[in-house]
Design a protein around this ligand. Structure first.
Ligand SMILES: CCCCCCCCCCCCCCCC(=O)SCCNC(=O)CCNC(=O)[C@H](O)C(C)(C)COP(=O)(O)OP(=O)(O)OC[C@H]1O[C@@H](n2cnc3c(N)ncnc32)[C@H](O)[C@@H]1OP(=O)(O)O
Length: 219
C-alpha cells in the first residue's frame, strides 16, 4: 500500500471552523448525574413488569422531569473537548449516540490512548438487545464505527466513515465487560485505513475495518 499522507500531528480546533465547543469539565455534575439516572430509568422502563398504577405514577414523574428541563436546548453539532493526560485534545459531539457524555442513550463508550491506538471497555445492558441475551448487531457496528472514527481522529485526522466492514465472529453477550481496541493501519491520499476489535474474555466477538476519508477543511 502506498502511504503518501502523514496524519496531521494535532486535531484542528473545531472552534476555528465555527463549531461550538465546551470543555468536558464544563458539563455540570448535576447533568452528569441526571444522565446516569435517565440511563437507569430507560433500563427500568424497558424491563418493568409493574402494574398500571405504578406505571402511571412513573409516567407522571417523567413528564414532570421533562417539563423541569424547560425549553433551553443545546445546539445540534455542539462539540465537547476531552483533554488527555499529555495535554492533547480530542473532540466529539456532545450528544454522540455511542460516546456522548450528555446523551442518556449512549452506553457511553470511553476510549483512551493505548500505544499507537485506542482502547476502552463498555457493558451493554438489555436495552441494547438483539437476539435473546445478545447485543444487537447494529450496535456492534456502531461501537466499532465509533472506535474506528475515534482512532483516525486521535491520529489528528478529522474524517468520516466512507466504508465499514463488520465480521461478526461470535455472539456478543449482554451485561459483561466488552473490550474494544482500534488503530490506524495505513493512509493513502485522503483515505485512512483503520481496524478495530471487540473482545469478551479475551476472545474476539467482532472485528471491523473501515476506510475513513479526511474531511477537506477550508484553508
Ligand atoms: C475541525 C472540525 C471537525 C469536525 C468533524 C469531526 C468529527 C469527529 C467525530 C468523530 C466521531 C466518529 C463517529 C463515527 C464515524 C461516523 O459516524 S461518520 C458518519 C457516517 N459517514 C458519513 O456520513 C459519510 C458520508 N459520505 C461522505 O460524506 C462522502 O462520501 C465522503 C466519505 C466524505 C467521501 O466523499 P468525497 O470527499 O467526495 O471523497 P472522494 O473524492 O469521492 O473520495 C476520496 C477517496 O476516498 C475513496 N472513497 C470514497 N468513498 C468510498 C467508499 N464508500 N468506499 C471506498 N472508498 C471510498 C475514493 O475512492 C477516493 O480514493 P482515492 O481516489 O484517493 O484512491
Amino acid at each position: 500500500m502506498t502511504v503518501d499522507t502523514q496524519p496531521a500531528p494535532r486535531f484542528p480546533d473545531p472552534r476555528d471552523f465555527g463549531f461550538t465547543v465546551l470543555d468536558e469539565a464544563e458539563i455540570p455534575a448535576e447533568l452528569t448525574a441526571l444522565v446516569g439516572q435517565v440511563r437507569s430509568l430507560v433500563d427500568a422502563v424497558a424491563h418493568t413488569e409493574a402494574g398500571p398504577e405504578a406505571l402511571e405514577r412513573a409516567r407522571a414523574a417523567a413528564a414532570e422531569a421533562t417539563a423541569a428541563l424547560g425549553g433551553e436546548r443545546r445546539a445540534i453539532g455542539a462539540m465537547v473537548r476531552h483533554t488527555r493526560p499529555d495535554g492533547g485534545a480530542e473532540y466529539g459531539t456532545v450528544t454522540n449516540i455511542v460516546a456522548g457524555p450528555t446523551n442518556p442513550a449512549a452506553p457511553p463508550l470511553r476510549l483512551e490512548r493505548d500505544g499507537d491506538g485506542l482502547r476502552g471497555e463498555v457493558v451493554l445492558g438489555g436495552v441494547y438487545q438483539g437476539p435473546p441475551g445478545l447485543v444487537h448487531g447494529g450496535w456492534i457496528a456502531a461501537l466499532l464505527d465509533q472506535a474506528l472514527g475515534s482512532a483516525a481522529n486521535a491520529a489528528g485526522v478529522p474524517c468520516l466513515t466512507a466504508k465499514l466492514d463488520v465480521d461478526y465472529r461470535d455472539p456478543t453477550p449482554l451485561n459483561v465487560p466488552l473490550h474494544i481496541t482500534a488503530r490506524v493501519t495505513g493512509a493513502e491520499r485522503r483515505k485512512v485505513f483503520v481496524s478495530a476489535e471487540i473482545r469478551h474474555n479475551g476472545e474476539v466477538t467482532a472485528e471491523g475495518t473501515a476506510i475513513m476519508v479526511r474531511i477537506p477543511l477550508p484553508g
